[in-house]
Design a protein around this ligand. Structure first.
Ligand SMILES: [Fe+2]
Length: 306
């Protein structure tokens, strides 16, 4: 799609698949983005469906214009995949209709639960136990059936792990396998958790099942103390987290990646510039990958000749 001429792109018949670098779509940026000639516009956008479902009027029309022009990912807030109240069939039906209306294939949720008294958005950690993994996996399968789509679960940041009988890593791997769903890999959450819970972020990343990584989040966080990081999405991404992204790309390829920014939001050009760094890391990963393949072929040729 031609990002430099949004009006022209609107007339295009087919949306591209989600790829490259994306941003969360904020209502406050919509007018600026719709008429923008800024360089480096996002390749895709992410929205929380709960913030848009059932909405009419001007914002609904604007959203439709965006979803006709750009690929989108939905990142749910309220499914409470680890919760104990039955999944809400009306919500799932409405969600599927919303995804179908806007031709959004990718739906993601947090591997956590919300308080069981309504759609409150505080995300709580699921106990890392075999029983909880079974429970979550069954609910994920139910959601995938209801939505007619494979979903991706996000590794979340957490600050206490009550009742844990296994590691966070084992828990994530168990759920993904039992549910047969994809992973939304949040590299900032790995970094934050590695500091707060004292593990090696690189080893954690290396042990995740690479074939399930469908989508990546990157974000900034707040350093409360040397041993306490808070996942705020309110600051620039730190170099250590960019390095984790490079490591993820080296394992998974340049998976579509979203820059999350929810607080202390800079002007759009600054946000686009930081998001543009994702593209640079993706291009570097692609170059490294093709060089590695060339060397591999040369090496194989030399061995064959020898
Ligand atoms: Fe995230």
């Amino acid at each position: 799609m031609d990002r430099a001429s949004p009006r022209g792109a609107m007339e295009g018949a087919i949306k591209a698949a989600v790829q490259g670098a994306g941003l969360g779509l904020r209502r406050s940026f919509m007018a600026e983005l719709a008429n923008s000639t800024l360089p480096g516009l996002p390749d895709f956008f992410e929205i929380a469906p709960e913030n848009w479902m059932g909405m009419g009027g001007r914002y609904a029309r604007q959203l439709r214009e965006f979803t006709e022009r750009y690929p989108f990912v939905c990142h749910g807030l309220s499914l409470s995949i680890g919760g104990h109240l039955p999944l809400d069939p009306v919500f799932l039906k409405d969600l599927r209709a919303f995804l179908d209306t806007h031709r959004i294939e990718r739906y993601t949720e947090h591997l956590s639960y919300t308080t069981d008294d309504g759609h409150l958005y505080d995300l709580l950690p699921i106990p890392f136990t075999e029983a909880a993994a079974d429970h979550v996996a069954a609910r994920v399968r139910q959601v995938q059936e209801a939505l007619g789509r494979r979903i991706a679960l996000e590794n979340v940041s957490y600050y206490a792990a009550p009742g844990a009988q296994m590691s966070e890593l084992d828990f994530i791997c168990r759920v993904l396998e039992k549910a047969d769903c994809d992973l939304l890999l949040d590299v900032n959450n790995i970094w934050v958790n590695s500091i707060n819970h004292g593990y090696d972020a690189n080893a954690f990343l290396d042990a995740l099942p690479v074939s399930r990584v469908a989508y990546i989040h990157i974000a900034g966080h707040y350093e409360e103390a040397p041993d306490l990081r808070v996942d705020t999405h309110g600051a620039d991404v730190i170099p250590e987290v960019w390095q984790l992204l490079d490591r993820a790309y080296a394992r998974c390829g340049a998976v579509p990646t979203l820059l999350e920014r929810d607080f202390n939001i800079p002007p759009l050009p600054e946000l686009l510039a930081e998001m543009g760094q994702i593209r640079q890391h993706q291009q570097a990963a692609a170059t490294m990958g093709s060089r590695a393949r060339e060397f591999g072929e040369m090496d194989a040729g030399a061995r064959h000749a020898g």
